[in-house]
Design a binder for this molecule. Structure first.
Ligand code: AQP
Length: 333
């Protein structure tokens, strides 16, 4: 049986290699299987949990759609839309926030990481973000959610919310409990400047990530400057455990080339970083520059990108508003 897929990406900046290897590469594979029904959402409501410049936000929404298309998602096969244009997401989120428990949210590690030391000053939206994410997923009877490893906990919360709603209202199986689709290997790509920190759009330093719209010289420079350690590359995977930067760069190489980490370790065993970095740069240029050129081309046609969104919103709204109507009936509105 085919899968019902839903996943979202925040329009908070340039999409990067982590988004690509952790999520979008998988979106494309799922999109290409005709048995699946796929929905890919530009989650603009999520993005404002952290302040956004309105003009930049609009640009980032277009950039995200262009990146989806440039990576190979076909809008004729998959629904592509932006969350703020389908009001059922916000409405369902409120109802589900009356089902979710504060204790559950208090355990979410991403809030702790993103709010930092001064939690009192974080927005309530940042705190309740996983409930909106649950609404996004549950409105479409999603069976599978392709995400990076960092979203696993939020998906578990989504399952808890679905279960509690079904139990509270005695509606067995009304909300389907979605399964995460997380790649076993390389599901968390780290910063080029710190192998212990996730590669992220909102990290101030552009040198910390490879953007999917970077050109050849940007990619080569970033890899040249990427943090390493003084030792030659190791000969076993075990040795990588204490060498986060080497592990990350070899992981990127393996994921992009489609070979196992073991094979990459054997290939570069005992070599110095400069030789390995030449190979990595070349591979990145081969894989990323075609995407980057396509993004630039698509961004010149804003009307086309708007049409993709409008068309996707119509289709998404038809599904979501029907589910919301049933939720209203169940709750007693
Ligand atoms: N570094 C990463 N490695 C693997 N997967 C990643 N994802 C994000 N960063 C990595 C996955 O990409 C999808 C879209 O992520 P998102 O934009 O919705 O939010 P995020 O996880 O918060 O990503 P960023 O880049 O860190 O954005 P900002 O800086 O705005 O918070 C998700 O499936 C995510 O797992």
């Amino acid at each position: 049986m085919g899968k019902k897929i839903f996943s979202g990406v925040q329009p908070t900046g340039n999409l990067h290699l982590g988004n690509f290897l952790g999520a979008i590469k998988n979106f494309v594979k799922l999109n290409n299987d005709d048995n699946n029904e796929c929905i890919f959402c530009v989650v603009d409501l999520h993005s404002i949990t952290i302040p956004q410049n309105p003009k930049e936000l609009k640009k980032n929404i277009h950039n995200t759609v262009a990146t989806f298309l440039a990576c190979g998602i076909d809008p004729k096969k998959s629904i592509i839309f932006n969350q703020s244009q389908v009001s059922a997401h916000s409405e369902a989120s409120w109802i589900l926030s009356c089902v979710a428990r504060i204790g559950w949210l208090n355990r979410m590690t991403q809030f702790k990481e993103k709010a930092g030391k001064d939690k009192e000053k974080a927005s309530i939206g940042l705190y309740s973000y996983p409930i909106l994410m649950a609404a996004d997923i549950l409105l479409y009877d999603t069976t599978h959610v392709p995400v990076g490893n960092d979203q696993k906990q939020h998906l578990e919360l989504c399952r808890d919310i679905a279960q509690k709603f079904n139990n509270d209202f005695n509606m067995k199986d009304f909300f389907k409990e979605p399964e995460p689709l997380i790649q076993k290997e390389f599901s968390r790509i780290m910063s080029l400047k710190d192998g212990l920190k996730k590669m992220s759009k909102s990290e101030p330093s552009d040198q910390s990530r490879i953007n999917l719209n970077d050109n050849e010289s940007q990619i080569v420079t970033k890899i040249k400057k990427a943090k390493t350690d003084p030792l030659p590359l190791p000969s076993t995977i075990k040795e990588l455990e204490k060498r986060p930067e080497a592990k990350n760069l070899l992981g990127i190489f393996s994921s992009l080339s489609g070979q196992t980490l073991e094979k990459s370790v054997n290939e570069f065993s005992g070599k110095n970083f400069s030789k390995f970095k030449e190979n990595l740069s070349q591979l990145l240029v081969d894989k990323i520059v075609p995407i980057s050129s396509e993004i630039k081309k698509l961004l010149n046609d804003k009307n086309f990108l708007e049409d993709v969104l409008l068309n996707g919103c119509g289709k998404a709204d038809a599904i979501a508003s029907k589910k919301l109507k049933k939720i209203h009936e169940i709750v007693g509105f």
